[in-house]
Design a protein around this ligand. Structure first.
Ligand code: AHG
Ligand code: MN
Ligand code: MN
Length: 336
């Protein structure tokens, strides 16, 4: 291990000095989110000993039965963030509408969106899960805050990241200047910089998609996967490997680490929905991280970050990862 350990705090302070594009309020926000993730990580680690496994009795706005940890993680993020004065409001997968900072606290200029616990089906089986977050600036020119203020394209994000709770707890962050990874040192209680300037290789031999949905896919997705499955004898002339963790955070973490393509495309099960994943707190932050690491993210037709959201919990078809592969799948959609 290098003897120069750079904590998240030091990294953010130095970034702020270098180019000034982390204003102090944003730095505070990122520190607070990191602290909340540390606390969620503790709860995840305790598992059954902390009584955090299993389902709650409630459903979220998406009609999904909430897990205890979905609710705990959501509360941890709200409690950590509401009093610091850096936020105007928050929005979450687990809340129907936005959470405006109570007026007993000062209001800041940022908006925070999160998927407090991603990969909920993996909680009880002890497989990697995570937290995803996206930061926007509240549009200027009016007082108060409404859902409308959140409906900004992903390209407007000022920070985005996730924390993966796996064999290690790792926080992955972008403020628009590349992607950095920080590993949680449990003894010190701090996140330590372990990788900077993360780069996704443009080509890959690994794809991630829930194959059980194959019969519902659209032709371009079917064509791409069929060609991967044909291996060395097929048009791609090489064998592919497949991974599906069912936690977007863990799948994206693998892709940022060694490349690959991840797809949760539109399918015929619910033709009126654009896809399963949510645009504003899953696809946008992940799409931006992937782009910042040299990869690409589209919905098959356009860049994820260019989509103008119409509502907070809007869903989207997602194709992201190694650039050449994402461009190939997107081209197949264009040709179809
Ligand atoms: P969440 O747990 O926040 O609802 O998200 C789960 C998502 C995503 O993390 C994962 O890639 C996908 O759902 C898994 O879906 P399948 O159950 O279809 O595999
Ligand atoms: Mn999720
Ligand atoms: Mn979730």
């Amino acid at each position: 291990m290098s003897n120069k350990r750079i904590s998240l705090t030091r990294y953010l302070v130095e970034q702020q000095r270098v180019d000034g594009h982390i204003p102090s309020q944003l730095r505070l926000l990122l520190e607070v989110v990191a602290r909340a993730c540390k606390s969620i990580s503790q709860a995840v680690n305790k598992g059954d000993l902390g009584g955090v496994l299993g389902a709650a009795t409630t459903e979220n706005v998406q009609g999904e039965v909430q897990k205890k940890l979905d609710i705990i993680a959501n509360e941890v993020l709200i409690e950590a963030n509401e009093w610091g004065g850096h936020l105007a409001a928050m929005a979450s997968e687990e809340m129907d509408s936005i959470y405006v900072v109570p007026n007993r606290y000062p209001q800041g200029e940022y908006l925070l969106l999160f998927d407090p616990l991603d990969g909920s089906s993996n909680i009880d089986v002890n497989v990697s899960i995570g937290t995803i977050f996206s930061v926007l600036k509240k549009p200027e020119g009016h007082t108060g805050v409404s859902e409308q203020d959140f409906l900004q394209r992903g390209a407007q994000q000022v920070a985005a990241g996730y924390c993966v709770y796996g064999p290690q707890t790792t926080l992955v962050l972008t403020v628009g200047d590349g992607v950095a990874m920080f590993t949680l040192d449990r003894e010190q209680g701090s996140f330590v910089l372990t990788q900077e300037n993360v780069q996704i290789p443009p080509d890959t031999k690994e794809f991630a998609i829930n194959m059980s949905n194959m019969r519902h896919w659209d032709a371009p997705v079917k064509r791409y996967v069929d060609e991967c499955l044909a291996g060395t004898e097929g048009p791609r002339g090489k064998d592919f490997n497949m991974r599906w963790i069912a936690s977007m955070v863990a799948d994206v973490h693998r892709i940022l680490t060694r490349g690959g393509i991840f797809m949760y495309p539109w399918d015929k099960r619910e033709p009126n929905k654009p896809g399963k994943l949510r645009l504003m707190y899953e696809a946008n932050p992940m799409g931006w991280l992937v782009e910042q690491a040299g990869g690409a993210a589209t919905n098959g037709k356009e860049r994820i970050l260019d989509i103008q959201p119409a509502k907070l919990h809007e869903r989207v078809s997602v194709i992201l990862g190694s650039k050449n592969e994402v461009e190939r799948v997107t081209a197949y959609h264009r040709e179809a």
